[in-house]
Structures are given as structure tokens and as C-alpha cells.
Ligand binder design. Structure first.
Ligand code: FAD
Length: 441
């Protein structure tokens, strides 16, 4: 793995990328044509292994690659849960055929994905899921309900976990499928959030069909595969991490594949990491916009605001140091257990602090949330603050990070039980058949 920030190998990789971009980037290609080039060359999802359309680089190097693509003025790779979760999971557990079809379609933006994990009675206790899949010839029939399905309404494919052996203990009778969302047996109903968006959905599976060949990682082995997905989710969501992706949307439903790639590309900004230039330290990060706003309206003189800004800056820096520490440890063959959980917890703290500080800085204007672009225009003109929408949007979204990808409490349980070795809560659910366990009402 190409892992050390300043290593010559990273410089070589970035040099290779620059000359590849010079030869290949053409703003007049369609998004689909550009992503085909970018994805097949291993630049769309460079953290994937080399046998799965990636380059096997560390996340930090992938961030440098993404910056380099942007600095060249080219469109980055497809965004979304396909790239973030499905592709690395299939790369870890899928067959070569699954990698050649499913991962290929993700890195080239042809298909978008959602995650059919959570159910009304199974969120933190995900292994308690009751959606059932029953084998019927060489296909499975799936019945059940999922909830919180982010972007399910625009997804072509889903990572589905379903119970395939109710008489095995609950963690053992689960299978992981790659299911096609384009079928009458799957109904996706949007749920409107307080942000005004309807990103989530309830998903009803009624006689949905999925071929046996779409199992990822083996029958009844879905818990291990799902944990792999959740591991990639935490690593991508934590502080010091950072998901990567472009500004165009993948997939056949909301995808922008036939449009001109150049219309989605950033303006070239020169090299982000010139080879001979001293390495720049990232400043302030999330704190810098809030500092600018506080300076602008005078709240910077408020000692509570100043203290909050210093705390936000420090948390960002601690996240960055932790990411660097983990990277260096991994480069020398080690690991820091629990780091993904700690950085996800830290991200929850950072977003809550951004919410509280932002609202403190903008004061009463924080009540003016724009639900439409028209409302935002009116707010921008009335307040003269172009960042107000960011502050109110963050204030409403800040409740999400402490929940998704495993709640704060669950992260702490994991750290306590698996990292610190504290005693687990007594339970027989590892040995008793799932069918004999008491269920939620
Ligand atoms: C923005 C967002 C996007 C999401 N996207 C998706 C998606 O695309 N696909 C998907 O499948 N899911 C998705 N989820 C669902 C998410 O994974 C679940 O909400 C989460 O796992 C919590 O489950 P729950 O909502 O059922 O809460 P519950 O599990 O019912 O928990 C309720 C409360 O009890 C606490 N609790 C539960 N068990 C314990 C315990 N053992 N010890 C201590 N405290 C406990 C929890 O911390 C929480 O505070 C999303 C959620 C959010 C917020």
C-alpha cells in the first residue's frame, strides 16, 4: 500500500496522474465517457485494490489524488454509497465476476447504490433484522421492510442484508445480496426530514427477487460482510477521513451521465501539491468560515465564541493528527484499534459544535432557514450573509452524524468491549436460534 505522505512513491503516483490527466482529460467528453476513462485507469476510487479498479493507496493519498484532479480542472470520480461502501465491500468479499461487473459499474458511475440495512425494529441491533430471503430455484424471494434508506429513490442497486436461516443464531443466519432496485417487488417511499429534503426512504420488499449469484461473501456469512461495509462507512465518515467524489451524480435515475463533463468540473487552480514546494499545513478547516463570519459581525470579541472556535479548530487538528498517526502506524504494519470509532465520535462532536457556534455567531438570523433556492435568495439579500444557509443547514443536519453509521452510544460500546476489553452485557443471542429469541413488538 502506498501509504506515507512524503514518500517518493506518492510523488511518483501524483506525477503519473498529472501526465495521465494531460493525456486524457477532455471537457467535451460526456460524464459517462470521462468516468469510463477515470474509473478504468484506477483514479476514480484509488483506495480500492489494484484487482478492483483501484490503486491500493491509503485514504490520505486518495485525498491528494482528488485534489490533483480538481487542480487540473477535471471532474472527479462518481460520488455516493456505491463508491464509499459497496465497491470496497465487494472488493473484499466478492468473486472476480462480481468485481468485474458491479465494481466496474460503480467506478464508472453507471449504477448508483443504496444501503438496505436498517429496519424499523433493527438499527443499533442490526443483527436482529427480520427481512427474510427464501431460496426459490436459483433465485431468492425477499419480504420485509427497511427504513432510513438514504437516496433509495434514485438508486439502481442496493446492498441488502436479509435473514436466510432463522434457525441459526442471529448473527449467523444473515446473507448479503447485491439486489437490483428496478423491480416491482421493491417500493421506495420518501420520508421528509426537518431539513426540508427527502433524502431518506422507507423501502418495502414484497416478493422481491435476487439471483443466488448476487450473494456477496457466501450464504449465511452476511454479518461478516455487513461489518466490512460498516467499517468502510466509519472510516469514511470520521474526522480526519473524508469521503471523495465528484460533482456529477452517478446512476441511471438521477445520473448526469449524458451531460458534458466540463460543465461539472472545477476551474483549474494550478497544482495542489507541487512536487518541490514545501508541504502546506491545512489551516482551520471547518473553523475558518465561522471565524470569518465572527470577525465580520463582531462576535469574535465574545470570549465564549472565541473559546468555541478554538475548541473547534483543536478538534479538527486532533482528528487530522489521529489520521496521520494511524497512517504511519499502518505503514509500519500496525494498527490502532478503535480509531475508526473514535474518529466517528469526534466527527459527531465537531458537527454539534459547528451547529452551536454557528447559531451563536449569526444570532436571531439563525431562525431564517431557506427550504428553497428562492427563499435562500431572499435571505441572502436580507441578511447580507451568504453563509447563513450553511449555518442553518448544519444546525438541522447536526443531529444525523451521531446516529448514522452506528450511534455514539454504540461506538462507545464497541470501544469499551472490543478495545478496552470491558465485560459485555449478558446475552444468549450468540447461541440461541434467532427464531426462538424474543422480538421487538
Ligand atoms: C442521516 C442518516 C442516514 C442513514 N442512512 C441509512 C441508510 O442509507 N441505510 C440504512 O440501512 N440505515 C441508514 N441509517 C440508519 C442508521 O444506521 C440507524 O438510525 C442507526 O443504526 C440507529 O438505529 P435506530 O435509528 O433504529 O435507533 P435505535 O437502535 O432504536 O437506538 C435508539 C437509541 O438507543 C440507543 N441504544 C440502542 N442500543 C443501545 C445499546 N446497546 N447501548 C446503549 N445505547 C443503545 C441508541 O444509541 C439511540 O440513542 C441512517 C441514519 C441517519 C441518521
Amino acid at each position: 500500500m502506498t501509504d506515507t505522505l512524503d514518500s517518493p512513491v506518492v510523488d511518483e503516483t501524483l506525477d503519473e496522474l498529472r501526465s495521465w490527466l494531460t493525456d486524457n482529460w477532455d471537457p467535451d467528453l460526456t460524464v459517462a465517457e470521462w468516468w469510463e476513462r477515470l474509473g478504468l485507469a484506477g483514479w476514480a476510487a484509488p483506495t480500492l485494490p489494484t484487482n478492483a479498479y483501484g490503486r491500493g493507496v491509503a485514504r490520505s493519498v486518495a485525498v491528494q489524488i482528488q485534489s490533483e484532479i480538481a487542480a487540473h480542472g477535471a471532474l472527479g470520480g462518481p460520488s455516493g454509497l456505491g463508491l464509499l461502501l459497496a465497491a470496497p465491500t465487494i472488493a473484499d468479499h466478492g468473486t472476480p465476476e462480481q468485481i468485474d461487473t458491479l465494481v466496474r459499474d460503480i467506478v464508472t458511475g453507471q449504477r448508483s447504490w443504496c444501503q438496505l440495512f436498517s429496519e424499523p425494529g433493527a438499527g443499533s441491533d442490526l443483527a436482529g433484522l427480520t427481512t427474510r430471503a427464501v431460496l426459490d430455484g436459483d433465485e431468492w424471494t425477499v419480504d420485509g421492510q427497511k427504513v432510513w434508506t438514504s437516496l433509495g429513490q434514485t438508486s439502481d442497486m442496493a446492498m441488502l442484508i436479509a435473514r436466510t436461516a432463522p434457525d441459526l443464531p442471529k448473527h449467523q443466519g444473515i446473507t448479503y445480496f447485491a439486489i437490483d432496485m428496478h423491480q416491482t417487488g421493491i417500493e421506495v417511499r420518501p420520508l421528509r426530514e426537518m431539513t426540508g429534503h427527502a433524502m431518506f426512504n422507507e423501502t418495502f420488499l414484497t416478493g422481491a427477487r435476487v439471483p443466488d449469484s448476487a450473494i456477496i461473501g457466501g450464504r449465511n456469512n452476511g454479518w461478516a460482510v455487513a461489518n466490512s461495509t460498516l467499517g468502510h462507512e466509519r472510516a469514511g465518515l470520521g474526522s480526519g477521513g473524508g469521503a471523495f467524489g465528484g460533482m456529477a451524480t452517478p446512476g441511471t435515475i438521477a445520473g448526469q451521465l449524458p451531460l458534458r463533463a466540463g460543465d461539472f468540473a472545477p476551474k483549474p487552480a494550478g497544482r495542489s501539491t507541487p512536487r518541490d514546494a514545501p508541504k502546506k499545513r491545512r489551516s482551520g478547516g471547518s473553523a475558518s468560515i465561522l471565524i470569518g463570519m465572527a470577525k465580520g459581525n463582531g462576535t469574535i470579541t465574545d470570549p465564549i465564541v472565541r473559546q468555541g472556535l478554538a475548541r473547534l479548530h483543536s478538534l479538527g487538528e486532533i482528528g487530522r493528527y489521529n489520521a496521520e498517526r494511524l497512517k504511519a502506524t499502518r505503514a509500519s504494519g500496525g494498527d490502532i484499534p478503535g480509531m475508526a470509532n473514535i474518529s466517528k465520535l469526534s466527527m459527531s462532536d465537531i458537527v454539534r459544535l459547528q451547529r452551536d457556534l454557528g447559531l451563536q455567531i449569526v444570532g436571531a438570523q439563525g431562525m431564517l432557514h431557506a427550504y428553497t433556492p428562492e427563499q435562500q435568495k431572499v435571505n441572502d439579500e436580507a441578511t447580507g450573509n451568504p453563509f447563513l444557509a450553511m449555518v442553518t443547514g448544519t444546525a438541522m443536519y447536526a443531529q444525523a452524524p451521531p446516529i448514522y453509521g452506528g450511534t455514539d452510544q454504540i461506538q462507545r460500546n464497541i470501544i469499551g468491549e472490543r478495545v478496552l476489553g470491558l465485560a459485555k452485557e449478558p446475552s444468549n443471542d450468540k447461541v440461541a436460534p434467532f427464531s426462538s429469541l424474543p422480538k421487538n413488538a
